[in-house]
Write a protein that binds this ligand. Structure first.
Ligand code: ADP
Ligand code: MG
Length: 767
């Protein structure tokens, strides 16, 4: 029997083992009974929420319904707060349960002032030494209180304050527990706008901490805040919600998976995530490595992957075209090429062939770094379709790129006797192009999204190729597919898609990776140059041009419509022409030019008639001029890393040494610096993409928010990549074994799946 000694303050510290065995957590109440002369402790269960406090439609017996209880039925949530919460997507207790703390604070003990750590939120007990209004050197008013304990002192500062209030409360000699973010300027640590819990005269520190068990003596959850709701209020209502409703959350994962993955039950995981045990490791919690977090993330990712697995399966169940590989044109093309395919190209091509031969539609994503030769692989696939008397649609994101693809493909196909047609919005209806396509007189159509308009009809579309998928949404993919009867779809992207994204956003596509560049490419030397050293950059450009090479100078143009950016590019081109390189040929290319103007500029540059091409980002994807050996990117800090990488891929296409100069302002943020350094140190598109993703987050990374998959509330695909991988494995295995989710117990899985995916799950096999 454990013997417990009363603490010096008379309180009763419960040993860890007892707390554990009663599953006590901070703030719980204890029942103390005396039975037959011995003391019996048990956890005091709070009364269940009164039925009256719930809307009529809710019944205890239906767990899903209980979780739909509106937040206004939570103690402490009035109509106004309920409104505020609902606006932020926290309408029901289920919503609330899944708003997890984004970090945790360690309030298990107070820190001596001398040991307060800059960059951390700390709580400390100290006495006010002095307090008065002050003025900064810059003339800004603030209030300063110096506080101290035995170990040292630290200034507290308020830049927004109520003078009367501060004067009344911050009196020398007064003691308090202060909580705030510790910052450091030069060698001085300070705390701005701390919270305070006053300690009354004669009151003991332990008494104060016991008075507020919500905020002391435990690991504190820190919630993402909603305007108008303080951390304190948030903690209180979350605590209420978790205590009353977490037990109503029913996990539906099959037992073998729970066992294999060593998952906590959802109610326990939720409680643990919102109110971690005092013995938890705070660093693990903050890095999302806690068991509770892993269990919740797994659950969420499992349903995401289950949906994707079913989608994939739905696709593979559809009837599609079973192509025959006759080699008639593909062999011919191989003979025409001045080089042979890389091993990676061969491998990916054989994966594509297998799909095309199969009697189900292909849905394959080919990803590969800039310049790895995706176009050629696509063309080979196109030839297989043509060999089978089918048409092919190749869709590119910009007119410029469509035109370039067209020229490239046309060049080869002409020699093979295959007709290729360009279809962009610039092509007039009366030109007869639409008839050519509808009557099947043209075999390969290269174009922009103009191709998916209603009026475009294909005679017999067998293969759709989408280049640079990240620019197109799921919708465009579906529309292109509708242009034929279950044609094969091949999606290509030069943005190396981090594995985590290929398992989620693109998770219903089969994946091929071209992970090898054609031989003979030399690495590109990348440098960061500040504006003040611009002359040096011009010197380098001149040096390359003298050697007979060509240069790109790129301007950021976030939106084609942004006039000011366009103006900057136009002015710069003029300035370069007149003042810097009057003896050289400088041309300008931007998105507002007509297709024929653009084509003129591009072909002059390709032909070597122009030395320097000043361009906006229309140049980004796919442009191929091997003689260009230097690229200068203005305002490099305004680009995403993946975009910079794509741009950079326009040089280094020949065997000459190439350069990429990233121009930046003279003043840069530390973050910006770190970002651009990645470009200098790496040529590996995958590494750059990973870095880009971790800096910008998935939404920005893809350019637009990709619709079509459920939003993740708990999991963070970057941090939880390992969990994602496990969840995907389990979900795909489950669908492999039970494609219709008919096995005993899987009906619950099916219902939960529908609940999580909402209307987004258009499943052929499980409608
Ligand atoms: P991306 O993958 O960026 O679309 P491209 O298809 O534009 O790359 O190819 C880049 C360049 O490499 C083109 O000039 C193309 O002709 C050339 N190329 C493609 N495959 C090979 C190969 N196996 N060997 C040599 N050059 C190749
Ligand atoms: Mg390409």
């Amino acid at each position: 029997m454990p013997v417990i000694e009363l603490a010096s303050d008379g309180s009763l510290p419960l040993p860890e083992e007892i707390r554990k065995s009663l599953s006590l957590r901070p703030g719980d109440l204890l029942n103390v009974e005396i039975v037959d002369g011995s003391v019996r402790l048990s956890r005091h269960e709070l009364p269940k929420p009164k039925p009256a406090a719930k809307p009529k439609s809710v019944s205890e017996s239906d767990p899903v319904d209980v979780l739909q209880t509106p937040m206004r039925f939570i103690k402490g949530v009035g109509p106004k707060l309920a409104d505020t919460l609902a606006k932020k997507g926290i309408a029901t207790v289920e919503d609330a349960l899944y708003v997890l703390p984004h970090r945790y604070e360690d309030r298990r003990e107070l820190r001596p002032v001398a040991r307060l750590r800059p960059g951390m939120t700390e709580a400390f007990f100290a006495t006010i030494v002095s307090a008065q209004p002050m003025v900064t050197k810059g003339g800004r008013n603030y209030f300063e209180a110096i506080v101290a304990d035995d170990s040292g002192s630290i200034p507290l500062k308020w830049f927004h304050y109520h003078p009367q209030f501060m004067k009344r409360n911050y009196l020398p000699g007064r003691r308090g527990i202060f909580i705030g973010d510790v910052s450091q300027f030069a060698f001085q640590r300070e705390v701005h706008h701390p919270e305070v819990e006053w300690v009354a005269e004669g009151e003991d520190l332990a008494q104060v901490m016991a008075r507020d068990p919500e905020n002391f003596g435990r690991i504190l959850p820190v919630y993402p805040l909603t305007e108008g709701v303080s951390q304190k209020v948030m903690r209180k209502i979350m605590r209420e919600t978790v205590q009353q409703y977490s037990r109503s959350v029913k996990g539906v994962l099959p037992e073998p998976i729970v066992q294999r993955q060593k998952l906590m039950s959802l109610p326990v995981a939720l409680r643990e995530a919102h109110a971690p045990d005092a013995s938890a490791r705070i660093d693990h919690l903050n890095e999302g490595k806690g068991e509770a977090h892993r269990s919740l993330a797994f659950d969420e990712l499992f349903f995401l992957e289950l949906g994707l697995a079913l989608k994939r399966r739905g696709i593979t169940l559809e009837d599609g075209i079973s192509f025959q590989v006759t080699h008639r044109y593909t062999r011919e093309l191989a003979k025409l090429l001045p080089f042979s395919l890389t091993n990676a190209q061969r491998r990916v091509l054989s994966e594509i062939k297998e799909d095309m031969i199969a009697p189900h539609p292909m849905h394959r994503l080919v990803q590969g770094d800039v310049g790895c030769g995706k176009t050629l692989v696509a063309l080979m696939a196109a030839l297989i379709a043509v060999e089978n008397d089918y048409q092919v649609a190749i869709m590119a994101p910009t007119e410029l790129l469509a035109e370039q693809h067209y020229l490239n493909i046309h060049r080869y196909c002409e020699q093979l006797g295959i007709k290729v047609t360009l279809l962009t919005s610039g092509v007039k209806a009366k030109s007869g192009v639409l008839e050519l396509i509808a009557q099947g007189e043209t075999q390969i159509v290269v174009g922009t999204h103009a191709m998916i308009q209603d009026k475009v009809e294909f005679h017999r579309l067998g293969l759709g190729v989408i280049d640079e998928q990240h620019r197109f949404g799921v919708v465009q993919r579906a529309l292109l597919k509708k242009k034929g009867s279950n044609p094969d779809i091949l999606v290509m992207t030069a943005t190396p898609i981090p594995r985590t994204l290929s398992m989620t956003v693109f998770g219903d596509l089969a994946l091929s990776v071209i992970d090898e560049l054609p031989p003979g490419r030399t690495p590109i030397e990348t440098r960061i140059v500040r504006d003040s050293r611009r002359a040096q950059t011009y010197q380098m450009i001149r040096g390359e041009v003298v050697k007979g090479r060509q240069a790109y100078i790129i301007y950021p143009l976030v939106e084609e419509s942004e006039k000011s950016d366009l103006k900057a590019a136009v002015q710069m081109a003029d300035h370069l022409k007149q003042d810097i390189f009057p003896d050289l040929k400088v041309a300008l290319l931007h998105g507002r030019m007509s297709a024929s103007e653009k084509e003129g500029v591009m072909s002059a540059f390709k032909g070597g008639e122009t030395n320097i091409l000043v361009a906006t980002t229309v140049i980004e994807v796919g442009i191929d001029v091997p003689n260009a050996t230097i690229m200068v990117i203005e305002h490099a800090e305004r680009f995403g890393l993946s975009q910079l990488h794509q741009l950079r891929g326009r040089v280094g296409r020949g065997s000459e040494r190439s350069f990429c100069i990233l121009m930046t302002g003279d003043r840069r943020s530390e973050d910006g610096e770190k970002r651009l350094e990645v470009m200098v140190s790496s040529q590996d598109g995958f590494r750059i993409a990973e870095a880009d993703l971790s800096i910008r987050g998935p939404g920005d990374f893809l350019g637009t928010r990709q619709a079509g998959i459920p939003e993740l509330k708990v999991a963070d695909i970057l941090r939880d990549g390992g969990v994602l991988e496990e969840a995907r494995k389990e979900a795909f295995a489950l669908v492999g074994a039970d494609p219709d989710l008919e096995a005993p117990g899987h009906d619950k899985l099916k219902a939960e799946l529908m609940h999580r995916w909402g209307g987004r799950l258009e499943l052929a096999s499980i409608a």
